[in-house]
Ligand binder design. Structure first.
Ligand SMILES: NC(=O)c1ccc[n+]([C@@H]2O[C@H](COP(=O)([O-])OP(=O)(O)OC[C@H]3O[C@@H](n4cnc5c(N)ncnc54)[C@H](OP(=O)(O)O)[C@@H]3O)[C@@H](O)[C@H]2O)c1
Length: 352
């Protein structure tokens, strides 16, 4: 294990890039050596990310693999999907560890890229080598991983809500619907017609309701746990918050188990997981993204309607943290043999 690892953040001008910098700037074992942006090359990072004023005196540079290869040991790619895959093979050939925040290496089955992302995957062999970077499910595989495919935010929220339900066999259902409410930062730093402030503010707007791409990841991971084919439909809703995603996934209990027994099985699944908090209480009985903002926590909870044996699994995350940059650093820490929570001992903001 190295004492200090030098990293590049590629796509450092975006939201997940900025969030990576916010975490890495105080990480005890990481030195940020290179931050790239095409638009802001030559300009100080704090010009784009004013929250980092006085904390990071470094300029953006253009991304050139040849120029960074002797300056860094690892690379975080915070780029749109379809872009990262052009760089990953060469970075791996140079012996660098790669954490890709895009969807380019999340799916194991190359055929799924044609269906969900409209392209033929050019490196199917690398899909086998990539580790899906959800530490609560893949801790052991992440040790020494060279290519980490960091999960999508709506997928993370959905998988964390449903994984204990599927694993604990409290339902016989093989089909799940996850309703996800998510804040505007999910769409990235560049506004579109739909995400422009006057269009987005006060919206409660379903989108991609006939097939959201993150369902492919959720099906892959939940089927692995169930050892059976699981179907998942994710119905995201754009809401007015800036950060935060809440998944509510409804299902039916297979038989009338005592409520305490259900809670025991669910809690057992996440025993010892540093970033999962089980929520059960009176004043705030269900997970709410408001109480995880700025942190890497996932708050998980359940509601049981005994009358009709309905169970709803909830999961609340900060989409830029446990849904992106925080989880990417958590997975990277494991791959490097660091403490899982190095750089991530961040307490959620309140009020936020
Ligand atoms: N936002 C979220 O909540 C979230 C959650 C999980 C995963 N993700 C994933 O993380 C990745 C980044 O998302 P984001 O929200 O940070 O997006 P973003 O704010 O739009 O940032 C994207 C970055 O990529 C750079 N970039 C864009 N097109 C490029 C190209 N063709 N070649 C090289 N650089 C390019 C941009 O920088 P320049 O134009 O300055 O070069 C920018 O810094 C995406 O794959 C996204 O799906 C996002």
């Amino acid at each position: 294990m190295k004492d200090r690892v030098r990293v590049a953040v590629v796509g450092g001008s975006g939201y997940t890039g900025g969030e990576l910098l916010r975490i890495l700037v105080t990480h005890p074992k990481i030195e940020i050596s290179v931050i790239t942006s095409r638009e802001y090359a030559g300009k100080p990072v704090s010009l784009v990310h004013p929250n980092l004023r006085g904390l990071l005196s470094i300029n953006f540079t253009n991304f050139s693999i040849d120029k960074i290869s002797d300056k860094v040991d690892a690379v975080f790619l915070a780029l749109p999907h379809g872009v990262s895959l052009n760089y990953v093979p060469k970075l791996l050939d140079l012996g660098l560890t790669v954490v890709d925040l895009s969807a380019d290496f999340r799916l194991k089955n190359p055929e799924l890229y044609k269906i969900w992302y409209n392209y033929e995957h050019p490196y199917p062999d690398l899909l086998d080598k990539a580790v899906y970077g959800l530490p609560e499910l893949h801790f052991e595989e992440l040790r020494n991983a060279k290519l980490i495919a960091s999960p999508g935010c709506n997928a993370t929220a959905t998988i964390l809500a449903l994984a204990p339900v599927v694993a604990s066999k409290i339902t016989d259902e093989k089909k799940f619907i996850s309703d996800v409410k998510v804040g505007s930062s999910e769409g990235g730093a560049k506004p579109s017609e739909g995400s422009h402030h006057p269009e987005r503010q006060n919206a409660i707007r379903p989108y991609e309701a006939e097939g959201h791409r993150h369902a492919a990841e959720a099906e892959q991971e939940l089927s692995r746990i169930a050892k059976a084919n699981i179907s998942v439909s994710i119905v995201p809703h754009a809401v007015s918050t800036i950060r935060g995603a809440l998944a509510s996934a409804h299902t039916w209990l297979s038989n009338e188990l005592e409520e305490i027994e259900i809670w025991k099985r669910i809690a057992e699944f996440y025993r010892g997981k540093k970033f999962v908090r089980i929520v059960r209480g009176n004043i705030h009985p269900y997970p709410d993204p408001k109480y995880v903002i700025g942190s890497n926590f996932a708050d998980i909870g359940f509601a049981i309607e005994k009358r009709i044996l309905r169970l709803t699994a909830f999961s609340a995350i900060d989409n830029l943290m446990k849904g992106a940059a925080g989880q990417a650093v958590q997975a990277f820490n494991i791959s490097m043999g660091f403490n899982e929570d190095d750089g991530l001992k961040l307490v959620p903001l309140r009020p936020a």
